[in-house]
Design a protein. Sequence first.
Lengths: 187, 190
Amino acid sequence: MEVLLKRHTLTVEQYHQMFDAGIITERDKVELIKGEIIDMSPIGNRHSHYVGQLTDIFYEIFGRGVVIRGQMPIQLDNLSEPEPDIALCLPPRRRYIDHSPTPTETLLVVEVSHTSLGFDQQIKLPLYAEAGIPELWILDVEGQKLYVSKQPKDGQYLSQKTYTTSDTLPVEIQGTLHQIPVSQILE
Amino acid sequence: MGLILKQDLINVEQYHKMFEEGIITERDKTELINGNIIPMSPKGSRHNFFINRLNRLFGKILGDEILVCIQNSIQLDNLSEPEPDVVLCMGPEERYWDHNPSPEEVFLVVEVAHSSLAFDKKIKIPLYAQSGIPEVWIIDVEEKQLIVAKNPQNGRYQDLATYRGSDTFECKLGESTLPIYVEKILEKRI
């Protein structure tokens, strides 16, 4: 379709009102991106596997030192509330009982890309950069690569590195440095 | 951007509920097109001129059996509730107390296209054809011409014509036929 449709945009508050009124429900599997309600891609077995694998690794390393959230919303601004595959956030877990983590409460976001690599790189990455999410990992399941973006500034990540299964990834969270073999993530 | 975002589609029922809950209001000036909530383009004086012109002309000729609706919603199907600029539908107005006109009740839809010509031609016309709206007019304000689409079959209008200047044609409204003098619609002075 050559004609670009400009859609009416919704704020996070209106989006939450739609849930409260039952107009959309969790079963709709949607996220709010720049004021638009977007269908999330269905999560296949491989996708689930890598999300689980990374979650296990994070639990082993951090224990309860960070809050590990799997496919739960984070609120970036007034128009975006995505649900990343994994978000590492400031502890304790209970602090999020009345709100979704904000960018300043988020340490790392991971998106596992099976079918959604283009969307994650072209839409999600700039969105997270604009919001100031300090670190983003995009795990390219098909290409067996891990794209690590850091230092958000003016809607871009100044540091972007690509890791393959032969690399070891340095991860610094809350002042402590850890080394994770990429092969372990993509196992 | 080269990427197709898969938007979650909103049906007419969800759309109405959003109004009831105050999540969107009339002031947002939106319409529902193929499950997407679309902001309508702002209407300038030229746009309003043609709507008023048609309203007066139709009002003079038509009796109570045919209702002239100005920027009212019509419900095409479960995913589309547009607000055409002018709609001629079965009268009287009481029959629409509890629902918006459906395609079987509509004779003619008119869209005045100033900045929205591409959208009206590429999105609106196929949409009206698919729902079986018998006739659509698009007033092309820029080019001073009237595009007329008739005879919807298999989601397409079989007869498309463009009229300008002193052209005349006939418009069928149910059982009656209306002669149309294009300059009476398009010319600033008559």
